[in-house]
Design a protein around this ligand. Sequence first.
Ligand SMILES: [Zn+2]
Length: 356
Amino acid sequence: MRAIRVYPHEITSGNVNQILERLHNLGVTDILYEAKNVDGKVFYSSKLAEVIDDRLSLICESAKEYKMRVSVWFCTFPEGYRGRLLGSGISRFLRKNPDCAAVDDEGYSTLEHPVPCDYGLENYACPANPKVQDYELGLIKEIVKGYPVNGIHLDFIRYPIPGDYCYCDYCTTHFKNTFGISIKDEEASRYLLKWRQQTITDFVNKVYGELKSVDNNLLLSALVWKYDDCLKFTQDWKQWNMDFISPMFHHKGLFKRPIWVRNEIHKNRTMSNKRMVASIGGLYSDLFTKKEWDLCEKYAIEGGAEGILYEHYGLLEVVSTLENSRMSDIKKIMRWNLFLIDHSIRVRISKLRRSS
Ligand SMILES: [Zn+2]
């Protein structure tokens, strides 16, 4: 599998065929189209959520021609965003149901104190609240019943990070009923992480059951943290019913070399026999050369993944890189080296400031 993330605004009626043709020529087999954005707005015909417009129809129609599969990238629990990426404001669902917002250990809801995230701030719904779960599941059912999609790819399938969540009224009451002590009790910390992991596991497995009851061929997948990080972020994905999993092996953001991808995937494969499509890219993926993307794909397969997911912040940048221009690779290597010099100077200055 060679899958690629496509953000909603990157597809229009004017460019959809041209973009899919380019992806097809690059050997991309699967489009993961983000039809529910991080701000909770949607890009398909929904009766439940605020609709920007129905671009999912466009992409499904065009993908048929190029025999590519389309799954929906679904930003699960964020229901509001403000920042440099696409999206603006709080979803109608969260505005109408402020009690559904996740609440931190100091009692602030994500409506009052939004959570820092990629290039902005997000308003996050409580993953445990049944009203939230019913709503998100309702959207997923609308999509798979209304469109000829191949599956659903869950993103943000966890509690908010960073921070300690959730202490909303629902979680407070439910915790007390389950464990017989207050969620604020010192002893509660013994149960909290496992309880949160189980909440996410139960929801994922419910989504899986719903998908298979609609059509057994529908695939459920998710973007997750790799196994040595996932538990602290409430993602015990070894327990999830899932057709494949996409842990993030984003080497460049961690200042690792591409070979790290192979070693990490291999480690994750020995921990779980789940089918794996490795997420490659992430932070600084705009500075990946074609050679780097190709090398990561080779290492991902060698490590035991069944394919890769191109994870990025701009489709056209990745596509033009993959279409290859030696000049573009040389420019990117220069930009990356300049970035590294700048980065190491900043690190040294901040160390000097701390020591003085
Ligand atoms: Zn809660």
